[in-house]
Each structure stands twice: as C-alpha cells, then as structure tokens.
Write a protein that binds this ligand. Structure first.
Ligand SMILES: NC(=O)C1=CN([C@@H]2O[C@H](COP(=O)(O)OP(=O)(O)OC[C@H]3O[C@@H](n4cnc5c(N)ncnc54)[C@H](OP(=O)(O)O)[C@@H]3O)[C@@H](O)[C@H]2O)C=CC1
Ligand SMILES: O=C([O-])CC(=O)C(=O)O
Length: 413
C-alpha cells in the first residue's frame, strides 16, 4: 500500500557524542554526567547532543565505579532497590515522547512525571525525541524536569534519532509534527507530517518493545497513525491509537453545559471518524446522569446542528483566538486516553479512540484508522492487555436506532 512506502525523513542513524556534566542539589541525583554515545547500546536510550557541543567525555567519579553509567540528565548512580520507598513500586517503564520540546509536551511531560498518568507506584523513564533544531530546547525541558524533583521520574534521556530513542519503549506518545495555523485544515499537514510517522513507525518496528502502545497526536492524527502502523508490522495493529479523546472531552463539556449539569454526569460519548471537521460526535447514545442525552436536552435541532458544528470546529475556533492550536487540553486528553487504556472501562461505558478498522462491525471501511467506541481490559499489573472494539453498539442498535442520516454521516466521515 502506498502509505506504507513513504520514505524516511531522517537518515537511518545519527549519533553525536554528548558532553555536559551537571550536579544536582538532590542527593539522589548527584554525580550526574553525560558520556559519549555508542551507536548500538542494547538497553536504554542514547543521549544525543548537537555537534557544536561535542566535548571530551567526563570521566566517571571514582566513587561510582562499577555502577551503571548514566545517560541524559538523570543519572542512576544510586541503587533504586535500596530505597525504602521504591520497594512497593512496579518495575520501570520506558515512555517515548516525540515533539518533546513542543507546546503539548510541555504540559504532558509533567503529568507523566508526577504519577498522574501511570500511577503513584509506577516509576518511569522518559525518552524525549526532538531534532537538531530543537535540541537546546529539549535540554531546557530536561532541566525543568530535573528541577521538579519528581520521585517517580527515574531517568530522562534526550535524542534526535528515533532508532535510539525508541529502544525498548513500552509507550510511544507521538506528538512531534507541524501544527496547523489559521485557515488551514488538518489534512493540509499530511504532506509535511506523514513522512515523520513513516520514519517513526519504522524505528518503532525495529527497536521498540514488541507490545508497545502507540498514541499518535500529530495531525492529521488518524492518517498518521495508519502510516505509523503500516510501517511497524511487528507491533500489533490494535496497539495503535489516534487521539480523538480531546473531541470526546469537548463533546462532554458542551452536553453538560447545555443540560446544566457538571461534566462528570455525561458518559457514553463517542466520536466517530477522523479527528477533523468530518467527525461525528454521537449524541444519540450519549447519556447524562444515566439517561439519554437527547431526552435530557430535548432539543434535537441544537444537537444535530449546533452541537455537531461546535465539536467539529472547536480546534479551528481556538486557533483563531489563540493564534496557535490547543495544547494544555490536548495534554489532558492524552492523559485521559492513556488512563482509559490501562484501566478497565467501567461497566456500561466506553471511550473514543482512533483504531484500526479491520473486523469492525459497523460497516466502516476496512484498513483505515477511525475513531469508534472502545473498551479496555487490563491485566493485574496494569498494562494494557487487550483492547476490545466492544460492540457496545450492537450492529442491531446501529441499524435500527441510528437515523439513516446519522449512519451515513458516520460511514462517510
Ligand atoms: N490529535 C489531537 O487532538 C491534537 C493534535 N495536535 C497536533 O499535535 C502536533 C503538535 O502540536 P504542538 O505540540 O502544539 O506543536 P509545537 O509546534 O509546539 O511542537 C511541535 C513539535 O513538533 C516537531 N516538528 C516536527 N516536524 C515539524 C515541522 N515540520 N514543523 C514544525 N514542528 C515540527 C517540533 O519539534 P522538533 O524540532 O524537535 O522536531 C516541534 O517542537 C501538531 O501536529 C498538532 O496539530 C494538536 C492538538 C490536538
Ligand atoms: O485544530 C488543530 O489543528 C489542533 C487540534 O487538532 C485540535 O485542537 O483539535
């Protein structure tokens, strides 16, 4: 398929010796240093640095001899297991974030590091992917992470080569991509951004954990997720998601406002289709306080016209006001999306995610990434075990309950 054949935007390998050494006031993080990269380090991400920053490597302090080498700004020259507090912790997970010096990441990384996303007993290693142009900013991000003293954040590495940064990652949060400006459609970004996801898919395929979960945010995110997935055949297709949770959150907010209730009363909201103006926010199956939203709101004209329009165009309206695209709310919706994947979905509810359509029961075209209602099952150590395209909407419901107009909108979107 043509999509799978997009060529890489970066050369295969880029390795720069690193320099920098730093010292920290936190005793746990003392004796940090940077060491030169090795082209193929089996475990862990190599920290790259811009060519003009190449220096002779700093020799390890005598008292750390025999201990693990440190990379990036966080340095595990201490024994994690020896710490009382870490005894009940789960084992470290590796999380890659691309576009790590960008706006969305700037909100997301601190949520990840705080434990808000993966839990207060889940230590994490952050692998930050940037580019030569953003490398200094990436160092700035890493410095801010250091200065935040998050106990669960055990390692931070920065790099510009996805083949290095994605090594062994369990999660890849792919944000890095050009955002649209005023007057643009998200699809206008495909020419520029599609290449990024072809390359990153190949890199994930080569070096990431075989069960890595991939959340694609960079726009147009559905198509980019498909491109990434097609380039990563070693990773199960069900592990790829395009972020449409922001749209779901927006829809919940508007329904709550209209009904005069707080957001937490709104459930069962689906975004069908693409994260674009063709999406269909499903008010027919949405519930407010357990009752059908359309009964509670009792204004079908508003639901069909205004509500749908508001959700479809929310991103563009925000760009006109801010001059840039939504970032904080996107990071929040990424947190929601990840938590939905690692937590069993409450009985009777579901969440929206852009997923691969093969085998879907709704008559949606096969072989695309399309947002649908999803539920997750979780194994006991809190890692996504499986994602069910659960037929919360049974085909019967789909056929009999949806108006032909609505059905057509969804399948055409
Ligand atoms: N799915 C969703 O719900 C949403 C998706 N988005 C999308 O997320 C993406 C990132 O948004 P945001 O963080 O605000 O953007 P920023 O411009 O703040 O950061 C994007 C990062 O992407 C990297 N990048 C890669 N290629 C390019 C390029 N050609 N031009 C510019 N930057 C590039 C840059 O990092 P580097 O130089 O290190 O490569 C940059 O730091 C956008 O595509 C945006 O449209 C935004 C909101 C919601
Ligand atoms: O509108 C954009 O380009 C950014 C985005 O995806 C959103 O805010 O939904």
């Amino acid at each position: 398929m043509a999509i799978a054949e997009l060529s890489p935007s970066y050369p295969r390998a880029r390795v720069h010796p690193s320099s920098l050494s730093s010292r920290f006031s936190n005793p746990l993080l003392s004796r940090c240093r940077f060491v030169p990269l090795r082209p193929s380090r089996p475990n862990g991400v190599l920290c790259s640095i811009a060519p003009n920053q190449i220096q002779v490597p700093v020799a390890p302090p005598a008292d750390s001899a025999g201990k693990k080498e440190c990379f990036g700004v966080f340095c595990t020259t201490y024994d994690l297991k020896a710490e009382e507090k870490t005894k009940s912790w789960k084992s470290l997970i590796n999380i890659a974030v691309s576009g790590a010096a960008g706006m969305i990441s700037n909100h997301l990384l601190f949520k990840l590091a705080s434990g808000e996303v993966f839990g207060s007993d889940q230590p994490i290693a952050l692998k930050l992917l940037g580019s030569e142009r953003s490398f200094q900013a990436l160092e700035g991000v890493a410095m801010e992470l250091e200065d935040s003293l998050y106990p669960l954040l055990r390692e931070v590495s920065i790099g510009i080569d996805p083949y290095e940064v994605f090594q062994d990652v369990e999660w890849a949060l792919l944000i890095g991509a050009k955002p649209r400006g005023p007057g643009m459609e998200r699809a206008d970004l495909l020419d520029i951004n599609g290449q990024i996801f072809a390359e990153q898919g190949k890199a994930l395929n080569a070096v990431a954990s075989r069960n890595a979960k991939v959340l694609v945010v960079g726009n147009p995110c559905n198509t980019n997720a498909l491109i990434c997935m097609k380039n990563a055949p070693n990773i199960p297709a069900k592990n790829f998601h395009a972020l449409t949770r922001l749209d779901e959150n927006r829809a919940k907010c508007q329904l709550a406002l209209k009904a005069g209730v707080f957001y937490d009363k709104v459930s069962n909201v689906t975004i069908w289709g693409n994260h674009s103006t063709t999406q269909v926010p499903d008010f027919l199956n949405a519930k407010i306080d357990g009752r059908p939203a359309k009964e509670v709101i009792n204004d079908i004209k508003w639901l069909e016209e205004e509500f749908t329009n508001i959700i479809q165009n929310r991103g563009g309206v925000l760009i006109k006001k801010w001059g840039r695209s939504s970032a904080a709310s996107t990071a929040v919706s990424m947190v929601d999306a990840i938590k939905s994947l690692i937590t069993p979905t409450p009985e009777g509810d579901w969440f929206s995610s852009g997923v691969y359509t093969n085998g879907n029961p709704y008559g949606i075209a096969e072989d695309i990434v399309f947002s649908m209602p999803c539920r997750s099952q979780v194994c006991d150590f809190c890692v996504l075990l499986d994602l069910l395209l659960r037929f919360s909407f049974s085909y019967l419901l789909w056929r009999n309950y949806f108006s032909p107009y609505f059905r057509e909108m969804v399948t055409m979107s």
